[in-house]
Structures are given as structure tokens and as C-alpha cells.
Design a protein around this ligand. Structure first.
Ligand SMILES: Nc1ncnc2c1ncn2[C@@H]1O[C@H](COP(=O)(O)OP(=O)(O)O)[C@@H](O)[C@H]1O
Ligand SMILES: [Mg+2]
Length: 443
């Protein structure tokens, strides 16, 4: 069911319950209030009557009383308490006798009298002096009061109905205001689902809905960025894979068709082996990168001693150093610790060191030390340095210089360093070449 209907149903139900309870309370209280009020009015009329009569006639004269009472438009009895007898009544004599026989006039406490299926509200006033036992009893039939009650209830019902109508209309208006942005948001989400990022529109809303809208918008931007980068990655990857494959295909077909002489065939096979190795390297690095990016579980961080790690780097690089006649220096402070996955961080450092060895003229320098900003590891060389135009994107995938190999080494290094909570950057070395700086902040 639509949210708006749900809200309206909930609201209407609440309204009905509240109005129902209120009506019931009013209904059950109104009769008592009306009876109370009627009795007070009777009492006032009675007291006025009694005062007037005693004032006017001084001593009591039943005959004169009767004449006065006769003229009143009231239902009343003049009752002699001592004799337990009705002296006079304005009611028809049959009803008067009926009432007298059906009720106990001597009982002061009885508030409601009954006769012939009708109830009467009573009010009684004693004449002065009390010893006379003369009492004026005024009556109002309950049916009169019930009529007033019915009228009152009818009025209340009308007011409630109009009120409820207005409230339901208001509720529709307000829920509409609330739900419209949600409906619009749903439409925007549909666009995300269909990847129509450029068609997305901002929604005007307030409060939490605005916050959700903001998050959805940011999520869409992020998703778009991610998809663009993924697409770029696949384009680059297929390009990188295609180039060696085409070289291999060219040589393979040439050899099959007997175009090459023996010397060229020999060279062709060598190129093919080299290209196959390059392909293998690209694919391995792509798989590693994909793992580093998408499987946080591949990291097993632990406390590492930096000097031991750099010893391992030196060992692994040694064969290459011997071969190329470079010098690889280390300058590492003792007792430096970082928290990282040892194998992965070794891999990142090796990528930097091998890059350095490839680009250096004569030496590569690895240093590690503590600074205010944290633990710093640098790898620098005395080569040409990084080309100016490469610097902003050098850590991106497949970005490489003229003599580059796969363009993935630095992307891998960055993924590893960032996963370990560090930062990597590139700059110029005092040795003349490139300087890569890794910083692990904190202790
Ligand atoms: N020490 C360095 N000196 C100069 N240029 C470098 C150095 N390290 C990396 N580069 C440049 O950065 C590019 C990207 O490096 P990398 O991601 O390791 O890819 P690859 O080594 O496979 O080419 C290299 O192709 C090279 O142009
Ligand atoms: Mg490299």
C-alpha cells in the first residue's frame, strides 16, 4: 500500500478513536450535568417562590398559597411533612395522586421520582419555620432533560464530523507534502538503477528526506566515478594485453608461413618468449590489484620492524643490483615499528626499489626514520626523475613513461600503502632523480 494511504489511514483511525472516546465521555457526563443544572434551577425558582409567599402573606395561609402557586407555570407539590399529605399540586389530579402513591414523599434523599414509566427530577424547599413541616416540591420530567441532551449530542456530533472532515483533508494535504519528495526520490533511484546518471535531478525537500537525498546524490556521483574508472581500467587493460598478443601473432604467423630465415626465426622466438613473460606479468599484477581492491581479507596486518623489512628488500634486490652494477644503500633507524601486512608492504617497497634501480644512473637510496608526522620510508635514485606530465597520475593504473613496463607497479604500491593507513607521494630527490615517500602517521 502507498505510504500516503498508510499515513492517512493511521491518522484517520487515531482521529476516530480520539473522537469516539471524547464522545463517550461527554455523553456519559452530560446527563448528570444537565440533571444537576435542572435541580439548581428548580431550587432557585422554588426559593424565590417561597420567599415571595412568606413575604407577601406574613403568616401562612394555605388558601392564598394555592392561588399564587396556581398561577406558576411549574409542576409542583405543596407537601405537609407532618401529616404526610399533599396539600396542593399544579399537576392534573390523576398524575398527582399517581406520583404520590408511587414515591415516598417523606424520603428527602430520593433525587429521582418515577411514575408511569417517566422519571422526574425533584427539588424541595422547606418553608420557615421548619417545625411547620411545610415543603414545596418542584419537578421536571426527565424527558425534557433528555431532549436537551439529544440536542446537545447532535450538535457535538455535527461539530465532530466537520472537524474530522477538515482534519482528514489537512492530513491528505500534509502527507502529500511529505510523500511527494519520496516519490521523486524513488524516480531518481530508478535512474541510478538504469545508470542514467546525467538525467538525475536534485529534489527539494527538508529534514531527514533532504539528508537521504543528499546521500543518494553523492552515492550516484561516487558510483559514476567508480564505473568510469572501471571502464577506463578495462579499456587500458585490453589495450595492454592486445599489444603483446599482436606481436606474438605476427611472429607466429611469420614463422608458420616460412617468411623468416633462420636468424629471424630465432629472434622471433625470443621476442615471443619475452612478450609471453610480459603478458604473464601484466595478468598477475592485474589479478593482484583486483584482489587488493576488492578483498579486504587479503590484508593480514601485524606490527612490523621496519629495519627487518628493509633487510628483506635488500636481499631480494641483490641479484639485480649485482647484475646492473648499481649501488643500493640503506639508512634505517632502529626500533621503528609500523602496522601492516608484511608480505604486501614488502611487495610495495620492492616495486619502488626496482623502479629506482631501473631508472637510476648509479645508485638507489632507501631510508627510514621517525618524524613528527609519523614513520617515513623513502626510496630515491640519481636518475632522470619522473617526467613532469606523469606526476599527477603516476599512481593510476596503466600510467607509465616511455620505458615503462606494465604501469601497474605504483598503483599496486599505492593500494597497499593506503590499505595500511599510510600515504605515498612522489617528488624530486637531492640525488637528482625521483623520490618516493611513504608516511605512516602516528606511533
Ligand atoms: N624511480 C623512477 N624514476 C623515474 N621514473 C619513474 C620512477 N619510478 C616510476 N617511474 C615512472 O612511473 C611509471 C609507472 O611506474 P610503475 O607503475 O612502476 O610501472 P612500470 O614500472 O611497470 O612502468 C614508469 O613507467 C616510469 O615512467
Ligand atoms: Mg614498476
Amino acid at each position: 500500500m502507498k505510504l500516503q494511504h498508510q499515513l492517512n489511514i493511521a491518522f484517520t483511525t487515531l482521529l476516530i478513536v480520539i473522537l469516539g472516546v471524547a464522545s463517550f465521555v461527554i455523553y456519559s457526563m452530560i446527563l448528570d450535568l444537565l440533571i444537576e443544572d435542572e435541580r439548581r434551577q428548580l431550587e432557585q425558582s422554588g426559593e424565590i417562590l417561597v420567599n415571595v409567599m412568606t413575604d407577601r402573606y406574613g403568616s401562612l395561609n394555605i388558601q392564598q398559597f394555592n392561588e399564587v402557586l396556581q398561577q406558576q407555570d411549574l409542576q409542583l407539590f405543596l407537601y405537609d411533612r407532618n401529616a404526610d399529605a399533599v396539600l396542593f399540586s399544579t399537576m392534573p389530579s390523576e398524575a398527582a395522586e399517581g406520583i404520590f402513591s408511587a414515591n415516598d414523599f417523606a424520603d428527602n434523599e430520593e433525587a429521582l421520582w418515577e411514575y408511569n414509566g417517566h422519571n422526574f427530577v425533584t427539588s424541595r424547599i422547606l418553608f420557615y419555620p421548619e417545625a411547620l413541616g411545610l415543603e414545596l416540591i418542584l419537578l421536571t420530567p426527565m424527558s425534557d432533560i433528555s431532549a436537551v441532551q439529544q440536542n446537545f449530542i447532535f450538535l457535538i456530533a455535527v461539530v465532530f464530523l466537520i472537524g474530522a472532515g477538515v482534519a482528514v483533508l489537512l492530513s491528505y494535504f500534509m502527507t502529500d507534502k511529505l510523500v511527494t519528495p519520496l516519490t521523486q526520490l524513488k524516480r531518481q533511484l530508478k535512474k541510478i538503477e538504469k545508470r542514467q546518471f546525467s538525467d538525475m535531478e536534485r529534489i527539494r525537500a527538508t529534514g531527514e528526506i533532504k539528508e537521504v537525498e543528499q546521500s543518494v546524490y553523492e552515492m550516484a556521483q561516487e558510483l559514476k566515478r567508480y564505473m568510469d574508472s572501471q571502464q577506463g581500467f578495462f579499456q587500458n587493460a585490453s589495450h595492454e594485453l592486445k599489444t603483446p598478443l599482436m606481436t606474438i601473432q605476427g611472429y607466429a604467423e611469420g614463422i608458420r608461413d616460412g617468411i623468416f630465415d633462420e636468424k629471424d626465426t630465432e629472434k622471433g622466438l625470443e621476442v615471443m618468449v619475452a612478450e609471453v613473460n610480459r603478458l604473464k606479468k601484466i595478468i598477475n599484477e592485474m589479478i593482484l590489484l583486483a584482489k587488493l581492491d576488492s578483498e579486504p581479507g587479503v590484508y593480514e596486518p601485524e606490527q612490523l620492524e621496519v629495519s627487518a623489512l628493509i633487510d628483506q628488500v635488500m636481499e631480494r634486490a641483490l641479484p639485480f643490483v649485482m647484475e646492473s652494477e648499481m649501488t643500493l644503500d640503506r639508512n634505517v633507524q632502529d626500533e621503528l615499528l609500523v602496522k601492516a601486512d608484511p608480505e604486501k608492504l614488502l611487495r610495495a617497497l620492492l616495486n619502488l626499489v626496482f623502479n629506482g634501480l631501473r631508472h637510476a644512473h648509479s645508485k638507489v637510496h632507501v631510508r627510514a626514520f621517525r618524524e613528527n608526522r609519523g614513520t617515513v620510508i623513502t626510496v630515491e635514485d640519481d636518475g632522470e626523475g619522473v617526467a613532469e606530465e606523469l606526476i599527477p597520475t603516476i599512481f593510476h593504473r596503466f600510467v607509465k613513461g616511455e620505458s615503462g613496463e606494465t604501469g601497474l607497479g605504483l598503483a599496486i604500491a599505492r593500494a597497499i600503502v593506503e590499505q595500511s593507513g599510510g600515504k605515498i607521494s612522489v617528488g624530486a630527490s637531492e640525488l637528482g632523480g625521483a623520490k618516493f615517500v611513504i608516511v605512516f602517521p602516528g606511533g
